[in-house]
Design a protein around this ligand. Structure first.
Ligand SMILES: Cc1cc2nc3c(=O)[nH]c(=O)nc-3n(C[C@H](O)[C@H](O)[C@H](O)COP(=O)(O)OP(=O)(O)OC[C@H]3O[C@@H](n4cnc5c(N)ncnc54)[C@H](O)[C@@H]3O)c2cc1C
Length: 527
């Protein structure tokens, strides 16, 4: 069996794991990142994409508000390519708690979070879709962040500095001796190949799965799983992030993400992180509540729903997901008698860099490495691997650089054959396994209103033409890809979405004899 060696083995390729790989690589510490599926397969691909100003947390968690304020400012400066600095509004409507509204400026002041009161007419001028029943409005420093570009850019720099990456690598077990992990066993679910990794230190950055992985290694973490669902509108409805000015609850936030807007979220306790999926009931409830803030949310077209899981680490009692701290937990499992094992879980996308920094500090202390963190001062370089996730880049590049032979493979988002080829070239050693899914994650393919209906077929055809898939592999990948998109399609099936779904069914079931099966094996979503 293949045995890989490294100094630090990082489990989990979300924002935290990729951020940690970059941090360690910049400190000169050798590391290998492993992920059971692909980058952002968990909460990092199933979140709202809001770079919090901190205002959301001023009432419930001052520490989180301050962390978000500080980290948001760092990311805007050092990773601007991943951020659309939209600004944000907090608005209350008739019937909302007026005491909360009155206390809001003082609460922001206590956390140092800037909030400027707006005249109501000014607010509606800034965002014309706002309700005419507004009673208060504040301007804050929220922004929207592309989590896929963020993780891919982190990984790209880490790999340039020598870090390794293995995807489709599911952990199957730990071999321990004398209170230390000696080897971690993996199964590549795409190829069936098994391999092992020997490392001095293992970091568990598997987010909501951290408790399950810790248990496999002989350690204990109690986690409450809170699933949150989000809806994607076909068009971008606002320039800014719009938050409901009330105590944090469901359906409070609309975040612009390139050409679309993302509405959510919910908080539903589930029994296992793999059992997270958006439901019709959640979609109905989100729209029903949020239309008080933005009435057109009732009639706009939704192209997809998706969900992610928040790992809420239980330190005391408390069973309500919103009452458990959303801060992060960094655990040295030496106290569980597993000397070389650390877990980092919880927190927010906004604070991923700081979580990675604190984890790398602990790693370096345990390894006896004396090297400062550079991610707080060094810009995150934009990468070719991450750039194609940007909405709007496809058409710009096609019009600007196109040669005569450059066909459009994805019409909704105008992703061309040349763009897909660039993505394939930069996948390097990751080529060959679940290619269609990997291309979808690294680009806008499958993200438009057709949800993979046409582009899934065309990109698969292109992969066959290039000899990158053969036999049944391409059709199997297509079935998985469309199944995953279908899972997000199903909760928002009305109006034009229903017409699109009928067409998709005719294409896949009628012409290709493929079932539109709900792929229940994958959690997380795609913005
Ligand atoms: C609905 C929702 C909305 C949110 N909105 C926001 C927001 O707007 N702004 C914000 O700042 N934060 C937001 N968050 C929080 C944010 O998404 C998370 O804090 C962040 O993405 C966590 O990143 P992570 O890398 O720690 O975990 P994850 O992204 O979950 O990564 C864990 C990785 O581990 C992998 N893994 C699991 N099991 C194994 C295994 N056996 N072997 C190998 N790998 C494995 C998974 O596939 C996954 O890729 C939201 C979260 C949710 C759920």
């Amino acid at each position: 069996m293949k045995v890989l060696q490294t100094r630090v083995l990082i489990l989990g390729g979300g924002a935290t794991g990729t951020g940690l790989a970059r941090d360690l690589a910049l400190r000169g510490v050798e590391c290998l990142l492993t992920e059971r599926r692909d980058i952002n397969a968990g909460a990092s691909g199933g979140n709202h994409g809001l770079l919090h100003s901190g205002a959301r947390y001023v009432a419930s968690d001052v520490e989180a508000a301050v962390e978000c304020r500080e980290e948001g400012a760092i990311l805007k400066k050092l990773a601007p390519q991943c951020i659309d600095d939209t600004g944000g509004l907090f608005v209350a409507v008739e019937g909302d708690n007026e005491q909360y509204v009155a206390d809001f400026p003082a609460m922001c002041g206590r956390s140092g979070v800037p909030a400027r009161e707006l005249d109501l007419a000014e607010a509606r001028n800034m965002e014309p879709v706002l309700s005419d029943k507004l009673i208060a409005a504040y301007e804050v420093e929220d922004a929207s962040v592309d989590p896929f570009m963020l993780s891919l850019d982190n990984l790209a720099q880490a790999m340039t500095l020598g870090a390794g990456y293995e995807r489709n690598a599911k952990i199957v077990g730990f071999t321990k001796k004398g209170g230390r992990i000696q080897r971690v066993g993996f199964l590549n679910e795409a190829t069936g190949e098994e391999f092992e990794v020997e490392a001095e230190l293992v970091v568990n950055a598997t987010g909501a799965w951290a408790g399950i992985i810790a248990e496999l290694a002989g350690a204990t973490i109690h986690i409450l799983y809170s699933s949150g669902s989000l809806l994607i509108t076909q068009d971008r409805l606002t320039r800014r992030v719009v938050n409901r000015l009330r105590k944090a609850s469901d359906s409070d936030i609309l975040v612009p993400g390139g050409t679309v807007s993302v509405l959510g979220t919910t908080s539903v306790t589930i029994d296992h992180p793999d059992h997270c999926r958006p439901t019709v009931a959640e979609a109905d409830a989100i729209i029903d509540d949020a239309r008080a803030m933005i009435p057109c949310l009732e009639t706009t077209r939704y192209i997809r729903a998706y969900a992610g899981v928040r790992p809420l680490v239980m330190t005391g009692q408390g069973s309500d997901a919103r009452s458990v701290s959303r801060g992060f937990s960094l655990i040295d499992h030496a106290h569980d008698d597993v000397e070389n094992f650390i877990t980092i879980t919880g927190g927010k996308l906004t604070t991923y860099r700081m979580m990675a920094e604190k984890t790398a500090d602990m790693v370096c202390a345990k390894l006896g490495v004396d090297a400062p963190c550079l991610t707080k001062t060094e810009p995150l370089p934009p990468s070719t691997m991450g750039r194609w996730t940007e909405p709007g880049l496809g058409p710009k590049s096609w019009i600007g650089d196109r040669d005569g032979d450059d066909l459009i493979l994805c019409e909704c988002e105008m992703v061309s054959k040349n763009a897909v080829n660039t993505i394939i070239e930069h996948m390097g050693p990751m080529r060959g396994e679940s290619m269609l899914q990997a291309i979808g994650m690294r680009s806008r393919v499958g993200k438009g209103p057709c949800q993979g209906g046409f582009c899934g077929l065309r990109v698969t055809g292109h992969l066959y033409d290039r000899g990158l898939v053969e036999g049944h592999q391409g059709m199997d990948e297509l079935r998985q890809f469309v199944g995953r998109r279908w899972r997000g399609f199903a909760p928002v099936l009305w109006g034009l979405g229903m017409v699109q779904a009928d067409l998709q069914e005719a294409l896949y079931c009628g012409a290709l004899d493929l079932e539109l099966e709900d792929d229940d094996s994958r959690c997380g979503g795609d913005l």
